[in-house]
Ligand binder design. Structure first.
Ligand code: CTP
Length: 417
């Protein structure tokens, strides 16, 4: 459950839109956390939402009547007055239908009409089953909303109400609360910093169709980039191949191989004040990738010879001036001691040790439990938490080490590629 620091939302007015998904029951807990945090919450439900949860539940917990009907006489003009007095509108859960209506600007019920008349920030926490999140139409609607500045959270992957497994689960309550908090009380404590982040795996070609890679999804690095951006930093994200959308407001550089990533990172080192190397760089690559597809009938694959790639982090460490360097250590056992050894060997300021074999932690997961080791030898064990929340904790730990004083001008990146 969400750790609620009392009064984190004190004095804030929130409109909570609830649409017709089975996850509507989870927004009851969300409402409770918001109210416990001091927010004044007005709930607007779509007709379908009322089939899942009774308005009475939201009414009792919010202390306000729940609005459901655009035409109800006693709710006259609510589509104008509610958004006018709101600091933020949060639609949780947001169905594929609601995403589409908001993207298109439809106004055929109270919730959609209210969104269309509003000028305050909009946060949507999607929840949908049956592979809808991956449909091109839903992707286009999400991109349109994000392009207009709405914060559309990613639904989580896992078991769905239908019994299937996939991406579509209501986002973790802590992630939604953090997003609302960031929107209402933005911490701009990374303003003036220039953060260079790497993320994802690299692909090392064996032949034109096969490659060596690893299980990295890129989620941790993308969360780091997003957190630094939201806290006011300028961010460049150098990413290996992932299935993730580029975070909004971040300069996005796509690379394929360890060699490309090395060039992209080292050429931008002088620009950065902080470097966060979250990528899972391939340690080995085929010495002589075949220009033609290797035939399984031949013997070429038997003699596949590997060579080591450059250690990008060690390279950055040898070339750095005053930049803070943060590394990650992917381990399957003795995480803290391996992490300490890597911190020392690579000359880092902070390392995030990650047991990639643990339940709910590591590659592909939306959550992570890590141990932080800093250059002073301090070791901090962090419990399992969403990667976006963890990203803030890592930034806090970097800040505690003392981020470098910032330069006033942005160096040209024209000499980089
Ligand atoms: N790293 C890097 N370049 C590489 C390999 C790793 O910059 N060629 C970085 C990673 O981005 C990470 C840190 O080094 O921040 C540690 O990576 P990890 O894979 O845990 O360790 P390795 O140094 O590769 O050692 P090993 O695989 O033997 O554990």
């Amino acid at each position: 459950m969400a750790p609620i620091s009392d009064d984190r939302f004190l004095g804030k007015r929130i409109v909570l839109g609830v649409s017709g998904s089975i996850a509507a029951y989870k927004s009851v807990a969300l409402l409770r956390a918001l109210v416990q945090g001091g927010a004044d919450v007005s709930v607007v439900m779509t007709k379908s939402a009322t089939r899942f949860v009774s308005p009475l539940t939201f009414e009792v917990l919010s202390g306000h009547p729940v609005a459901t009907d655009l035409f109800a006489a006693h709710q006259d003009m609510l589509h104008l007055t509610l958004p006018e007095r709101a600091d933020v509108i949060v639609i949780a859960p947001a169905t594929a239908n609601v995403l589409a209506k908001c993207a298109l600007g439809l106004a055929d019920d109270l919730l959609s009409t209210m969104v269309l008349t509003s000028t305050c920030p909009l946060i949507l926490a999607p929840a949908m089953d049956g592979g809808m999140w991956d449909q091109p139409a839903v992707k286009a609607n999400t991109a349109a909303l994000r392009g207009r500045g709405a914060l559309v959270l990613d639904p989580e992957e896992g078991p769905l109400a239908s019994g299937r497994t996939g991406r579509g689960r209501f986002p973790d309550e802590n992630v939604i609360l953090s997003a609302i908090e960031a929107q209402l009380c933005p911490r701009r404590d990374w303003g003036g910093q220039r953060v260079l982040v790497s993320a994802g795996p690299t692909h090392e070609a064996i032949d034109p169709v096969r490659f060596i890679s690893n299980r990295s999804s890129g989620k941790m690095g993308y969360a780091m980039a997003q957190a630094a951006r939201e806290r006011g930093a300028e961010v460049i994200l150098v990413s290996g191949p992932t299935a993730l959308p580029a975070p909004v407001g971040v300069e996005f550089i796509q690379v394929l191989t360890a060699e490309d990533m090395g060039k992209a990172m080292t050429s931008r080192l002088s620009w950065a004040t902080v470097v966060i190397m979250a990528a899972a760089v391939a340690d080995f690559r085929p010495r002589r990738p075949s220009p033609e597809k290797l035939k399984k009938t031949g013997t070429a694959w038997k003699g596949l010879e590997l060579e080591q790639t450059d250690d990008i982090l060690a390279l950055l460490s040898s070339q750095r001036a005053s930049q803070i360097l943060v590394g990650f250590a992917a381990e399957t056992q003795a995480v803290a001691s391996h992490a300490k050894e890597k911190l020392r060997r690579k000359g880092l300021d902070l390392i995030v040790g990650n047991n990639v074999a643990a339940e709910g932690s590591g590659f592909g997961s939306d959550t992570n439990a890590v141990v932080l080791v800093d250059r002073e030898g301090r070791v901090t064990q962090l419990d399992l938490m969403p990667k976006r929340v963890l990203a803030d904790r890592i930034l806090d730990a970097v800040k505690a080490l003392g981020v470098p004083a910032t330069r006033s001008t942005r160096p040209q990146l024209s000499d980089t590629k």
